[in-house]
Design a protein around this ligand. Sequence first.
Ligand SMILES: Cc1cc2nc3c(=O)[nH]c(=O)nc-3n(C[C@H](O)[C@H](O)[C@H](O)COP(=O)(O)O)c2cc1C
Length: 404
Amino acid sequence: MLKGRRILMCVSGGIAAYKAPFVVRELKKRGADVRIVVTESAKQFVTPQTLGVLSRNKVYSDLFCGDSEFAVVHVGLAEWAECVAIVPATANIIAKAAHGVADDLLSTLLLSVECPVVMAPAMEHKMLLNPAVKENVEKLRTRGWGWIEPESGDLASGARGRGRLPEPKHIVDIIEGNFNCSDLNGLKILVTAGPTFEDVDPVRFIGNRSTGKMGYAVAKRAKFRGADVTLISGPTNLEAIEGIETVLVRSAKEMHSECIRLFEGSDIAILAAAVSDYRPMEKLDRKIKRHKPNISIDLTENEDIAAELGASKEDRKVVLFAMETESDITNAKDKLKGKQGDIVVVNNLLVDGAGFGHDTNVVTIIDRFGKVLELPKMSKDDVANKILDCLVEFNSGNSSFDLD
Ligand SMILES: Cc1cc2nc3c(=O)[nH]c(=O)nc-3n(C[C@H](O)[C@H](O)[C@H](O)COP(=O)(O)O)c2cc1C
């Protein structure tokens, strides 16, 4: 998939820059055409000579260098690139990019690029947890930048924590997954996300811990890969994604009617929302007052959206999500069969870093023919890409899941 792809690998000045040559080697091994930009600080950690030899291309560093190929280097490189990967990304370049600072070649070209950008932050865990860094990262991710989840382990300072650059092969897998391959061009994809709230009285509701991050990541990545995406979202704190029609709902009932309406014109439904199975029999007009030690609320079953879409799908595809508190995937397989889905994404809520609220997830993807793909802990963006990869495989009639 990377054969002939033009990747601009940007190295900023963190200790993990010493791993950049291995990433370049892996990109070249997979057939990419790689050009390199290094910051002045990066040169303290890795030599341009090494990166130039491995990429078999010129290494750029100076904004004012002039170049026979590009009249203006930062504009030329930005136009040349099909994907920009910042590996490693320092707290400094993340801050500069988030705020539009343009004071060297890398920061200036980042303001010119229109292709996908993927950042692989690496830094001390205290830096990564700093609110300023977190805010800057969030800004860039909201703008659609890809994110390669830093690993936990021994850090350069001698401390242990989250902040290590992952292994080069993993980084290149993610770059490949984030690549704007347009493989979903022409497809209409319906994505659901977030929780549902089932009102009990004017102030109380029955909800769940879903934040919508997984569904929003799927929607964003699907759009990135060329799909025409409609998102049906339960109540979340997430910002709307530019270019995606978003229908806001509150209850399972509303989610159900919007799903039925919008599935009509869709090719694929990806049901990442955590829809409540039950709702109160009645919503009271007045707040329930404290009046006796025990009270009960009668619940009634909500419509089964997945089963209804599955039963009516004909040649359309339905992707289900299963939240398990056991690692047993038999339940998920039964769910897939029972609801006539095509793919089920199972996450085990008891695994560290998986499920509600986290930026990461640990999932197993199972298709209708019983093929199983177990994934390690990844960012939700990367999980979203893997789900879409599986869908593309499945849609093409080849469900081998041979993704590497
Ligand atoms: C020994 C050493 C190691 C460093 N490692 C990191 C790092 O891992 N991550 C980071 O964000 N900054 C790190 N820094 C700080 C950056 O080098 C510094 O913020 C610099 O301005 C980054 O410039 P750049 O973003 O233009 O490359 C380190 C600095 C030193 C002296």
